[in-house]
Design a protein around this ligand. Sequence first.
Ligand SMILES: NC(=O)c1ccc[n+]([C@@H]2O[C@H](COP(=O)([O-])OP(=O)(O)OC[C@H]3O[C@@H](n4cnc5c(N)ncnc54)[C@H](O)[C@@H]3O)[C@@H](O)[C@H]2O)c1
Length: 282
Amino acid sequence: MILEGKTIIVTGGASGIGRATCVLAAREGASVAIADINREMAEETARLVEVQGQAALVIEMDTSKKADAQRMVEETVGTFGTIDGIVCSAIKLVPGKLEELPEEDWDMVMDIGLKGYFLCAQAAGRVMLEKGSGSIVFVSSIGGVQAYNGAGAYSVCKAGAIMLGQLIGVEWGGRGVRGNTVCPGQVRTPMTEAMFKDPEIAAGRAAVVPMGRVGEPEEIAEANIFLLSDRASYINADFMQVDGGQAESKMMHTPGRNWGGKKMNYSTSTVPNITNKQKEDG
Ligand SMILES: NC(=O)c1ccc[n+]([C@@H]2O[C@H](COP(=O)([O-])OP(=O)(O)OC[C@H]3O[C@@H](n4cnc5c(N)ncnc54)[C@H](O)[C@@H]3O)[C@@H](O)[C@H]2O)c1
């Protein structure tokens, strides 16, 4: 168990990738503080943590509020005695086209998803800096390295999270606290469920991933847990794309290339995707 005896906080731990991270952290031996604005769902996560035989603490809080971030740390230290790592995953995605995006929608995404990452990492980081060890993991997105059109402030927020993770690694790495970021591709969670419910969108989303499928929350959690653990002891100020290769696959989807005078059939020979499978199945 790679997190045996450790105490881990997960913001946004009530749902999706955050919940999967809580459960895997527990399976790997950690006590888990579940920090989320949604108490009811956080309590459901707590039960899943306890099923793994580990202690869970639910902290109802808003990541965008400094006092809440501070209270999150105090309650965690009060209950478990210390903090060994934090995964910041909380977000509220408010889509919108830039020309119409209301200021309050911009602020909400940035306050929860970027300022919130800073406030929570700062509060937890102070405890870890004092003892000279710890790991901070931000959940960003491949939308943080590529402009995600129509998603309002999301890409800017996520790009900021990558830089904040790197900055933490650079400023705190020498004092034993590593900072890293995980950039998931497409994952089916309550946040994206509305899109995946449409079979055409679901198939189309899988088709743009070289592996031919979207990711599971548990597959993102694996990266979070690894970066939290001492097994990643020399990984710092870095970011990892966990996306089935999607972010690096643009050339695969560029039509009209000729090789040796022949046109490649991109849709059937190079991209194993759900659409192809559906074709095979007739
Ligand atoms: N699902 C995807 O396809 C995908 C892709 C790339 C990146 N991500 C990133 O992964 C992370 C988790 O996303 P998810 O899909 O699991 O989303 P989700 O909606 O399932 O979970 C988000 C959680 O954040 C909580 N939250 C919202 N506002 C909060 C606040 N102010 N304070 C505290 N908690 C708050 C919600 O209650 C919820 O439990 C996010 O940072 C997201 O940007 C997701």
